[in-house]
Write a protein that binds this ligand. Structure first.
Ligand code: FES
Ligand code: FES
Length: 132
């Protein structure tokens, strides 16, 4: 039921852990299943210099966290904000329908971490023009 990419990402997840000196931390939880994901970001200039995650969730949630943290490395904050759950699903080669919400956790946790970073810097939590 899972693509090879999902299995690969789940069995050998990248960026697992925490950043004690994170510039932004965000958490997301799924009302569907109760799984949670926490994302830690290190920001240099306007770019994501490091990203880690702690996910208490299913295989798809862990694969999504791993893939999403790899994708946002080096991105500007605006680019990372705009990373969609569909982008993560695509990068994973697809997720089974009941597991699509797992990728949403990654997007939401990344956005929460960026919002946290922006608030710590005294900015509006959201990128201008990027709200939905
Ligand atoms: Fe809910 Fe995967 S995050 S089942
Ligand atoms: Fe503010 Fe959309 S950018 S409402």
């Amino acid at each position: 039921m899972y693509t090879e990419k999902v299995i690969e990402e789940f069995t050998n997840p990248q960026n697992v852990g925490e950043l004690t000196d994170a510039d932004g931390v965000g958490e997301a939880g799924s009302p569907t299943c109760g799984d949670t994901m926490k994302i830690y970001l290190k920001v240099e200039g306007d770019r994501i210099a490091d990203a880690r995650f702690r996910t208490f969730g299913c295989a798809a949630a862990i694969a999504s966290s791993s893939m999403a943290t790899r994708m946002i490395l080096g991105m500007t904050l605006a680019e990372a904000w705009n990373l969609s759950d569909a982008d993560v699903v695509d990068a994973l080669g697809g997720l089974p329908e009941p597991k699509v919400h797992c990728s949403l956790l990654a997007r939401d946790a990344i956005r929460a971490a960026i919002a946290d970073y922006r608030v710590r810097r005294g900015l509006e939590p959201q990128e201008r023009g990027s709200c939905e």
